[in-house]
Structures are given as structure tokens and as C-alpha cells.
Design a protein around this ligand. Structure first.
Ligand SMILES: Nc1nc2c(c(=O)[nH]1)N[C@H]1C(S)=C(S)[C@@H](COP(=O)(O)OP(=O)(O)OC[C@H]3O[C@@H](n4cnc5c(=O)[nH]c(N)nc54)[C@H](O)[C@@H]3O)O[C@H]1N2
Ligand SMILES: Nc1nc2c(c(=O)[nH]1)N[C@H]1C(S)=C(S)[C@@H](COP(=O)(O)OP(=O)(O)OC[C@H]3O[C@@H](n4cnc5c(=O)[nH]c(N)nc54)[C@H](O)[C@@H]3O)O[C@H]1N2
Ligand code: SF4
Ligand SMILES: [Mo]
Length: 693
């Protein structure tokens, strides 16, 4: 019998499309878009179409697996759930008894649904301040800068027309990042045309249709942003009334911008000065201008200052919380994150977490992976001996893959929950088979303040022994002896979360989405939630934070390196989520080879032809991938797709990723102070043909 279940997509990017899921005999057979989806407006991507293949894949993990051979050897025995939970609890409690609760770290990759916050609750109730994730290179640079500069994370407002759209380091038509489904931008432009400027070393789909493409040198975004500010200040294009009434530190920002006149910014960024000036004028004159930003600015040591500079740009042009600009979302009326994660149980968390001695910005509570690796290796500031890892593949995701592999391998105890055996799961003592999207009731966008939560009701039951992460954690917490802080039935937590809105989960599933009414210019009533009550163009607490008051360019992220004359950067694939989906034959057929993109001039300089096998090398490592020669990238730049590995070589075999993973080429040093971010982009590199001609 056929049945259609309407739900929201999640877990393959930040989610948001409304999907019609066709179910036959308890299996998902087809996924199609809802033409009226609130965020997707009829969109669906190749990953969602591939869901039937993913969910029904023969190589999905279906039983709990316990390691029997040496760590990482890929030898397993299947055990029952009862045994598995008892084994996990014994192992974690043993490490807690020997080294203290904080020596157990709780890791998740990109947050996908509620399980991220349930994991934080687990860490809090277990007594560890160490929740670990890639937020130092993803989203938090913008979010933390937003909190410091204006008291909120400014999200692009596609509900109203913009006067100009500045797409900065975001490949929205492939990635739909932050749940901003690209159709929202495209349909808005169709209804209300506006000039589009794209800042990206690669000519993305949006760059191809833009009025102006600024292919800057990777890692120079801060210099460009300061150059924009300088044009806008010197030509007095800014909103004087807003600046006078609502900003703090204008003179300091203006002084810093004066250090970056257009000619200098042009030289640093490798752009024609005239293009830079033209782009700054377009944004500066647009009322309002909108910035659509992404990972392009987040994966180098200048990320926090770059985000501060861009928020300052929004602010001085009067575009903060303006219709069609970058808005302050109002949280939906659900249980507060603090209450849900039981933050009250860890009042000294900021002092005890691994990052504490490194001086991160206040409020950045996720521990950067690089600090975890340091603690594993050196025992400083205290030992880390066990990891609980869910929905993450650190070997591929964290900087310096070889170092990550060795660090994890040296731990005493690792538990992972996974859908497919991954290079990280292959290092575990226990691998628990997870249920995934469409197989359990979930909420999207809770805890990230995008202004809404989405219902993701289940369409089918998971395979018999696969369980949702939320249930696994709830059951594990009980096995750990923490039961009185947890639920009898894990689904009760959904009701608790929604209670303040007066809704049951069934009510929300019926509605699809819950958000507060959209209101603009809220600061006119209450000011900004910063220490000065104003937008802090220069941070009033900078000295205490060990930062320059105003953002300031201080030279290239890596010094030029004559032996590695090119600049390596990276991007995400349309067909895969980071390292995920590599088992899905249909997706691999669409993009069969890990590749490096390079310009014809760069290729000619290295005697490389399109389709050649090439080595890409940095001081840290070397991979062997296929050359994709294209004029859609600026000369002198190499871009490798993040996350490539080959399951057929065996997830336990480092050869499955050592030749292809972008992070083999990156280093876990240096890290910036604000967020502990390494340079994943703008890495000095070179390319050469791998096989003799
Ligand atoms: N060099 C470089 N490094 C990067 C990036 C980059 O652009 N360049 N990007 C960074 C960014 S933005 C991020 S967010 C991180 C991503 O970091 P991660 O999220 O750790 O990376 P993924 O490769 O997506 O790994 C997710 C794992 O979760 C598993 N999984 C999928 N669905 C489920 C589920 O429902 N339940 C469970 N239990 N497991 C599931 C998948 O099989 C996969 O192994 O990588 C970061 N690292
Ligand atoms: N299909 C798909 N969708 C995804 C993901 C995926 O893996 N696949 N990952 C999800 C995740 S975890 C995230 S965080 C989002 C990320 O979404 P995006 O931010 O769109 O992701 P990226 O492709 O990593 O980077 C965006 C752009 O930055 C450009 N770039 C590289 N270096 C620089 C630089 O130095 N400066 C500037 N200005 N641009 C640069 C790249 O060419 C790329 O076009 O996407 C999510 N959606
Ligand atoms: S774009 Fe994202 S939310 Fe939409 S269908 Fe694809 S994976 Fe799902
Ligand atoms: Mo991410």
C-alpha cells in the first residue's frame, strides 16, 4: 500500500525543504518536493532524491558492533543492545573514575537535529564540560561575532526586497547553508531584481549570473571588507543617523579602515581596485543591502575579525534588522536551550572546559577539536582519554587528518553512533547503529536561533535494530546511572520542548513550522544587547578579550612560501554532505572522482592537463586526485572538494582517505585565539602530474 508523508528534510545540510515522502510496505520509495514548501518553494536537491537508496542501502549498519581485534583493525563481533549499553556505560564510567568526568569528551559534527542538544545535556549530566565540534570553522565565527558586535546573529531577510545582494563566501545553490534554501534568494531576485555581487575565488553558479564577480585571493576577505568600509566612509555613503545614534567605536573602526585604501586592498586581494570600489558603492548605496555569507570567511585565523567587519558593514549602512537586509530573528516560544541542556548543572563550565586556558571569546562553549587533540597528545591542561562520538567523522572533518587518526587511535575508549562504517567509527570500541532522517520524529533548527523550528515527523520505522541518537543517549544516560535526570520515554522530550508554545508534537507536525511574527528595527525600542547597548564597531570589552578593539588586517594568513607558490582552498560538493554519502552508488556515479579545480594558466604552469592524476601538496601532506581544469576559478588557486574517501578500500584502512581527504593537507597550527580556528583555506600548496607523461 502506498502512502505519502509530508515532512521536512534535515541531516544532509542544515535542512529546510518540505518533502513528500512516498512509502510502500514500510519503505521509502520516492521523495518529491512540496511545491508550496515554506522555505523551499518547490526545491529539492540530488541528496534528497537519493534518500531511498541511502535508507535501504545493504551496507547500512544494522547491529551493535564491539571491537575484537586491535583498535582500528576492523574486526568486530555483533552484540545485543542490552550488552552494548552496559559495555558503553562501564567504559565511560571507568574513565570517569580514573581520570575525572572531564577526561571524557562528547563529540558531534555539524549539528543536524535535536540530538546535538541532547548530547550537551548528556555531557552536563555526566559532569564533563567538553562538548566538541567543528563550530570553530563553521557558523560560530559569524554567530559569536554577531553576539559581540550587535547582540544577535544577523540572518539574511528574503521576505522583503533588497536593493543589492552581496554573496560573500557562500555557494548557496549547492549548499543551502543555514536552512536558507537557494530558491528563496532566486525567487526574490525574480520578483524584485537587484544587483548581485559575488565574493568567491570560484565562479559559482551565483557568480555566473552576478553583475560583478570578485575572485579574491583566498584568505584575504578581511582586507576586502576593510577596503569596502574605507570606500563607504570616505565617500560618506553610510547612514549617518544610524551611526550617530546606535553605534559605539566609529572612530576606531574608521581609523582601521583608513589603513586599507582601495589600492592597497586591491593589491592584497588580487582584485582590480575599480571593481572593489564599484562593489562597495553598489552595496553602500543600496537601501537596504543584503549579505548572504558562508564558510568562505570562516575557515581561517581572521574569521572572527572578518565577520566583525561584515557586521559593521551591515550596521553602518543601516541594514541591520531592516526589511530586506540582515535581520534579528525572534526566537519561537519553545523551551530555552539553557533549560533543555541543563546548563545549571555546570556552573563552572567556562573555567573547566579544555579551551579555557586558550582564552576563547565569551559564550563559545563548543571545544575546538584541535584543543582536544593537543590534550590527548600532551595530557595538558588535563588528560582526555575517552570519546563519545555521534554524527561525526573527525578523521575527515578535523584539520590534519593523519594527526587526528593517531590521536583518536591512542584513546582508551571510544563509542560512536553511525549509519555507515566510517574511518572514525573504525577506530571505536563500540559502534551503535543509528536510525536516521525520516525514521524518527525530530525538530529542525532548535537551538540555533534562525527564528523558527521545523517539524520533521517520521515517515517509516528504522531497520529493526537501528535507534535514533536521542533514544540511544536517553538509554545510555540511564545505564550510566543518571536516570533521574532523563525521560522514561525519549519522545517525552519533544513534548517538554514544545510545552511553552502550548503545542504537542502532533500539533506541530500538522502545522509544519513554528515561528514568531517577523518584526523589524526592534533596536529602536530596546537598543542592542551589548555592554554599551549599541552596535560595537569597536568592542568595549576588547582588552579583556585580548583582541584589537576594531577589526584590522595584519598580513596574509600564512606567509608566502616560494616552494608552495599556489593557494589551496576548498568547497563542498553538491552531491555529498561532507564525508557522508560516499556509499551511495547513485551519488558517486554523478561525481565519481575526487578532484582539484585549477585554472588553465595554473595547469599550464604545472604541465597538467584536464583529467590528469595529480599530486596536490602542502607542507603538511600530499593527496592524489584528478585535475579539473576550468576557468571558473582564479589563477593561482587550487580548490579541493571537502570530505572525499573511498569506502571500497575499507573504512578501517587509512588508504581509504589518505589519498583523497582535503584535511590531509591542512595543519592544526596555528589557531586563532577567539575561536581556536586553524587555516583550512588559503594554505600554500603546489600541484604536479602524478604519472609520467
Ligand atoms: N578542510 C575542510 N575541513 C572542513 C570543512 C571544509 O570545508 N574544509 N568543513 C567543515 C564543516 S563546515 C563541518 S560542519 C565539518 C563536518 O564535520 P562532520 O559533521 O563530522 O562531518 P561528516 O563528514 O558530515 O560526518 C558525519 C558522519 O555522520 C554520519 N551520519 C549521517 N547521518 C547520521 C545519523 O542520522 N546518525 C548518526 N549517528 N550518524 C549519521 C555519516 O555517516 C558521517 O560519517 O567539517 C569541517 N571540516
Ligand atoms: N551539498 C552540500 N550541502 C551542504 C554541505 C555539503 O557538504 N554538501 N555542507 C553543509 C555545511 S556543514 C555547511 S557549514 C554549509 C556551508 O555552505 P557554504 O558556505 O556555501 O560552503 P562551502 O562550499 O564550504 O564554501 C562556500 C564558498 O566559499 C568559497 N571560498 C573558498 N575559499 C574562500 C575564501 O578564502 N574567501 C571567500 N570569500 N570564499 C572562499 C568556495 O569557493 C565556496 O564557493 O553547507 C551545508 N550544505
Ligand atoms: S537542499 Fe537540503 S533540505 Fe533541501 S532537499 Fe536537499 S538536503 Fe534536503
Ligand atoms: Mo558546517
Amino acid at each position: 500500500m502506498k502512502q505519502i508523508v509530508r515532512t521536512h528534510c534535515g541531516r544532509m545540510d542544515h535542512g529546510g525543504c518540505t518533502l513528500d515522502v512516498e512509502v510502500e510496505d514500510g519503505r521509502v520509495v520516492r521523495v518529491t518536493p512540496d511545491p508550496n514548501g515554506a522555505l523551499s518553494q518547490g526545491h529539492i536537491c540530488p541528496k534528497a532524491r537519493a534518500l531511498p537508496e541511502l535508507l535501504n542501502h545493504p551496507r547500512r549498519l544494522r547491529r551493535p558492533l564491539r571491537r575484537v581485534g586491535p583498535r582500528g583493525s576492523g574486526q568486530w563481533e555483533t552484540i545485543s543492545w542490552e550488552e552494548a549499553l552496559a559495555f558503553a556505560a562501564r567504559g565511560l564510567n571507568r574513565v570517569k573514575a580514573e581520570h575525572g568526568a572531564r577526561s571524557v569528551v562528547f563529540c558531534q559534527g555539524a549539528p543536524k537535529g535535536l540530538e546535538h542538544f541532547i548530547l550537551i545535556r548528556l555531557a552536563n549530566t555526566f559532569g564533563s564540560p567538553n562538548v566538541v565540534g567543528p563550530q570553530n570553522v563553521c557558523h560560530m565565527p559569524r554567530e559569536m561575532a554577531g553576539v559581540a558586535v550587535c547582540g544577535f546573529f544577523p540572518v539574511p531577510d528574503y521576505d522583503q526586497p533588497a536593493g543589492a545582494v552581496l554573496v560573500w563566501g557562500s555557494n548557496l545553490t549547492s549548499t543551502n547553508e543555514e536552512g536558507i534554501i537557494n530558491t528563496r534568494l532566486l525567487n526574490r531576485l525574480k520578483a524584485d531584481p537587484a544587483p548581485v555581487i559575488v565574493v568567491d575565488p570560484r565562479r559559482t553558479e551565483l557568480a555566473r549570473r552576478a553583475d560583478l564577480w570578485l575572485p579574491l585571493l583566498p584568505g584575504t576577505d578581511l582586507a576586502l571588507a576593510m577596503g569596502f568600509l574605507q570606500v563607504i566612509f570616505s565617500e560618506e555613503l553610510y547612514d549617518r543617523d544610524f551611526v550617530n545614534e546606535y553605534t559605539h567605536g566609529f572612530d576606531e573602526l574608521a581609523a582601521s579602515a583608513r589603513e586599507m585604501p582601495p589600492e592597497k586592498a586591491a593589491e592584497i586581494t588580487g582584485l582590480p581596485a575599480a571593481d572593489l570600489v564599484r562593489a562597495a558603492r553598489i552595496y553602500g548605496r543600496a537601501r537596504p543591502g543584503l549579505i548572504q555569507w558562508g564558510n568562505g570567511i570562516e575557515q581561517n585565523v581572521y574569521n572572527y575579525d572578518t565577520a566583525r567587519a561584515l557586521i559593521s558593514l551591515m550596521a553602518v549602512c543601516g541594514n541591520l534588522d531592516a526589511p530586506g537586509g540582515n535581520r534579528a530573528p525572534s526566537p519561537p516560544p519553545v523551551l530555552s536551550l539553557r533549560d533543555f541542556v541543563r546548563a545549571d548543572l555546570q556552573p563552572d563550565r567556562a573555567k573547566n572546559m579544555l579551551s579555557a586556558s586558550h582564552g576563547p571569546v565569551p559564550g563559545f562553549v563548543v571545544v575546538p577539536p584541535e584543543y582536544v587533540k593537543q590534550a590527548i597528545r600532551t595530557g595538558q591542561p588535563y588528560p582526555v582519554r575517552a570519546a563519545y562520538i555521534q554524527v561525526s567523522n573527525p578523521v575527515l572533518a578535523w584539520s590534519d587528518s593523519n594527526d587526528t587518526y593517531e590521536a583518536l587511535k591512542s584513546l582508551d575508549f571510544i563509542v560512536t553512533t553511525e549509519t555507515f562504517m566510517s574511518p572514525t567509527a573504525a577506530l571505536a570500541d563500540l559502534v551503535l547503529p543509528a536510525a536516521t532522517q525520516l525514521e524518527f520524529n525530530d525538530l529542525g533548527h532548535y537551538g540555533v536561533n534562525h527564528g523558527f523550528v521545523l517539524a520533521r515527523p517520521k515517515a517509516v520505522d528504522p531497520p529493526a535494530e537501528c535507534r535514533p541518537n536521542a533514544r540511544i543517549i536517553n538509554d545510555l544516560a540511564r545505564a550510566l546511572g543518571l536516570g533521574d535526570l532523563w525521560w522514561d520515554d525519549y519522545e517525552d522530550m519533544l513534548g517538554e520542548l514544545l510545552a511553552p508554545a502550548g503545542l504537542s508534537y502532533a500539533d506541530l507536525a500538522e502545522r509544519g513550522m513554528l515561528h514568531s511574527p517577523v518584526r523589524y528595527y526592534k533596536y529602536r525600542e530596546k537598543g542592542f544587547r551589548t555592554p554599551t547597548g549599541k552596535v560595537e564597531l569597536a568592542l568595549s570589552r576588547a582588552e579583556r578579550m585580548g583582541l584589537d578593539p576594531a577589526p584590522r588586517w595584519a598580513g596574509p594568513v600564512f606567509p608566502p612560501d616560494p616552494d608552495y607558490p599556489l593557494l589551496l582552498t576548498g568547497h563542498k560538493s553538491r552531491h555529498f554532505f561532507c564525508s557522508d554519502h560516499r556509499y551511495i552508488e547513485g551519488q558517486v556515479a554523478r561525481e565519481p572522482d575526487p578532484a582539484v579545480e585549477l585554472h588553465p594558466d595554473t595547469a599550464a604552469g604545472a604541465s597538467v592537463a584536464n583529467g590528469d592524476a595529480v599530486f596536490v601538496e602542502t607542507r603538511r601532506g600530499r593527496i592524489r586526485v584528478k585535475a579539473r581544469v576550468t576557468d571558473c576559478i582564479r589563477p593561482g588557486v587550487l580548490s579541493v572538494v571537502h570530505g572525499w574517501w573511498k569506502p571500497d578500500l575499507g573504512p578501517e584502512n587509512p588508504a581509504s582517505w589518505q589519498d583523497t581527504a582535503l584535511n590531509v593537507l591542512t595543519s592544526s597550527q596555528p589557531l586563532n585565539r577567539a575561536l581556536g580556528t586553524p587555516n583550512l583555506r588559503a594554505v600554500p600548496a603546489r600541484v604536479s602530474r602524478a604519472d609520467p607523461a
